[in-house]
Design a protein around this ligand. Structure first.
Ligand code: ATP
Ligand code: MG
Length: 672
């Protein structure tokens, strides 16, 4: 079975690594350098990871033997699913991310440049200051709230430095953080507080998103009342971001962060770290829910620490004087691993941005890049496509000369967006690292390395060190050898792997280990003759049209080559003859007039790009697509609208903009 992939024939261009990056690359300038290290990492994983773990971290006590730094069972028939790394060792991730750097003379190095929503709101936090603030908050949590090893603490904040500070403070005590994205509704927040049984919530009274004020405290009040009604009494520490006027505080439950911190004794600035086992839980993170009920994935301390640092420093080829900027919110795994833990463990300087890329102008990100001389920039394809809408001018009027590496994460990046990122944003002097990974994987799994790996637009390229991917034939569930396509699975554990779903080991085993011996990613992929991986979308998004398997992302990539199209989403609909028909939602560029001819031209372009088999059965114009707050398209909603099952749309409250659903339904009445 061959998955048709227009990218095979369409954009065969391979981009050599940027020469100046090759000279810097710590892995080395050639693919052979990478493969040599890769072979070592998979042939002798224990020795490889033991060496890495000893080099870059402080362990209070070490694991027993370098011959066995891990143990895992991916096979339910042989016993419970079980994953352990560096078992028996003790450490503290906050110590490694903050204290260690101070001991190494980096007290005055900037950890975070913070850039607020409005131009002019800006600050810098050094490692020394970070240490004091983290210590004080840890002291408060410990003495006033009784937070100890294992206590769950929820965090619901905008992108301000208190976010990472709170994560560090919680980890300093060996407690377990559950960060909830600051854009989530009261219902989503309370569900997460209840499931994690958090006893305290760190939050802020409000924030601005562009010119829109967001009153977080109102949402918090509703969520905490709801949680209490369901038996989870959770207190709130509220950071004053814009002012206290009109903010209701509940006596005995809510306090102002600034007041509490100011009242602490001097000793609060030197709260000792709590040493924990390598397998002690570090955080819970509920997935975005684009495929169903959110799962509280649990990550543990030692393995996650090693993997976050290693992938951060390697994938971004981090050097000591770099300035790194990740736009991912701390509410997502990207913001955990690559806005907080990875950069801090590396002792780096990074930028934390509260606002949106279009406020006050669509040049905002690039202005920030210029202001701080950012060297590595990391964002999502959905944001790139949104900026493409505004054309090149807002980008071109900035310099961006400092940039070396551009990262992408969250979904397959289509060729048009890749080219725009490479040529317009990067002006051809940056490597693009298209990083494939998941909340469950903790860190990058398949990615190019700057200055090292030749780039093929749309391919995440090769597995990271220690990662052993395989493709399973969806029918026989046997491994596909050589070039081919199938279900993307991982054969061997890696340190950053999620250990379980909080309070639901059974669901963890069922969801991720349905085939004995493999971690099932839920994504489909194709491997080309060079061993490069091309992600084709979620497995449950694969269409079966007259017996031909087509990835939704293949069809979307074809649609997106249309000159009038900004983005698209493809779902299957029941079809009498073909089994499944192809239903395409399309967002056109601003000002494009929607006519039948235009919709037909979308069909024609897919037919030309992929073949007659992929000709869409319906084209549905859209002003916007239903996306999660992290920018993922919620295809289950699109499937229901396409099939006319409007009473089965389910929960749409976690959408970034629930109003798009109404619009889609209205447009359907006109056009489809
Ligand atoms: P849920 O599991 O609740 O549905 P989610 O999968 O959207 O939520 P994440 O863990 O943030 O939550 O996303 C991981 C998924 O994102 C991957 O499984 C994959 O489908 C997609 N993805 C991430 N990065 C890439 C990439 N570089 N290329 C292709 N797909 C990617
Ligand atoms: Mg997922």
């Amino acid at each position: 079975m061959v998955l048709q992939d227009h990218r095979d024939v369409k954009d065969q261009r391979v981009y050599a690594p940027i020469e100046s990056n090759s000279k810097l690359s710590k892995v080395g300038p050639t693919l052979e350098d990478r493969m040599k290290q890769y072979r070592e990492s998979v042939e002798q994983p224990s020795q490889y990871w033991a060496r890495v773990a000893k080099q870059n971290f402080f362990w209070k006590t070490l694991w027993e033997s370098d011959d066995s730094v891990f143990s895992f069972n991916f096979d339910k028939s042989k016993g419970p699913i079980d994953i352990k790394w560096f078992d028996g060792a003790t450490t503290n991730i906050c110590y490694n991310a903050v204290d260690r750097h101070i001991e190494e003379g980096k007290k005055d190095k900037v950890a975070f440049y913070w850039e607020g929503n409005d131009v002019g709101e800006t600050s810098a936090v050094t490692y020394g200051q970070l240490h004091d603030e983290v210590s004080k908050l840890a002291y408060l949590l410990k003495t006033k709230y009784g937070v100890v090893k294992g206590t769950r603490v929820s965090i619901y904040l905008p992108m301000i430095t208190l976010g990472p500070i709170a994560m560090l403070a919680v980890a300093r005590l060996g407690a377990v953080a559950s960060v909830v994205f600051g854009g989530f509704s009261a219902h989503s927040l309370s569900a997460r507080i209840i499931d994690s049984e958090s006893t305290v919530l760190i939050t802020a009274e409000g924030t601005m998103r562009g010119d829109k004020p967001i009153q977080l405290k109102k949402i918090v009040d509703e969520a905490l009342t709801d949680a209490e009604a369901q038996g989870v009494a959770c207190k709130a520490i509220v950071f004053e971001r814009h002012g206290r006027d009109g903010v209701p505080m509940k006596e005995g439950r809510d306090v102002w962060y600034q007041d509490e911190i100011a009242a602490l004794p001097a000793e609060a600035a030197s709260t000792p770290v709590e040493w924990v086992e390598a397998e002690h839980p570090l955080f819970l993170l509920y997935t975005s829910g684009s495929t169903g009920k959110p799962k509280g994935l649990e990550h543990t301390t030692g393995g996650y620490m090693v993997y976050a640092h290693t992938t951060f420093t390697t994938t971004f080829d981090y050097h000591d004087d770099d300035v790194y900027f990740c736009t991912g919110d701390i509410g997502w795994i990207t913001g955990h691993t690559y806005a907080t833990w990875g950069p801090l463990l590396a002792g780096s300087t990074s930028v934390l941005f509260e606002g949106v890329p279009t406020h006050p102008t669509p040049s905002r990100w690039w202005d920030i890049v210029d202001k701080f001389k950012v060297t590595q920039f990391y964002t999502a394809p959905t944001a790139i496509r949104a900026l493409m809408k505004g054309g090149e001018a807002p980008v071109k009027k900035t310099s961006r000369a400092s940039l070396r590496v551009l990262g992408s994460v969250g979904e397959p990046i289509n060729v048009e967006a890749w080219n725009w990122y490479y040529n317009v944003v990067g002006e051809g002097h940056c490597d693009i690292v298209d990083t494939w990974w998941q909340t469950e994987t903790g860190g990058h799994m398949i990615t190019p390395l700057p200055g090292n790996t030749p780039l093929k637009p749309g391919s995440a390229s090769l597995p990271f060190f220690g990662v052993q991917p395989a493709l399973l034939d969806p029918t026989t569930l046997k491994e596909v050898e050589g070039a081919g396509e199938g279900l993307l699975v991982i054969k061997h554990s890696w340190p950053g792997q999620s250990r379980t779903i909080f309070k639901d080991a059974e669901r963890f085993a069922q969801t991720y280990f349905p085939v004995d011996g493999y971690y099932m990613t839920g994504d489909g992929a194709r491997r080309d003759a060079d061993g490069y991986y091309w992600l084709t979308g979620r497995v449950d998004d694969v269409l079966n049209v007259s017996g031909h398997r087509l990835g939704t992302s293949e069809v979307e990539c074809a649609v997106n080559t249309h000159p009038d199209v900004v983005e698209s989403a493809v779902v299957g609909i029941p079809h009498d003859v073909k089994g499944e028909g192809i239903y395409v939602y399309v967002c056109f560029k601003e000002g494009v007039e929607i006519t039948q001819k235009l919709l037909d031209s979308v069909k024609a372009i897919v037919r030309n790009e992929i073949g007659a088999i992929a000709t869409p059965d319906a084209v549905h114009p859209a002003n916007g697509l239903p996306k999660t707050r992290s920018g993922k398209i919620m295809r289950r909603i699109l499937r229901k609208i396409a099939a006319g099952q409007l009473d089965e749309l389910g929960d749409i409250s976690t959408l970034a903009d629930p109003s798009v659903v109404e619009e889609l339904i209205a447009l359907k009445a006109v056009w489809v």
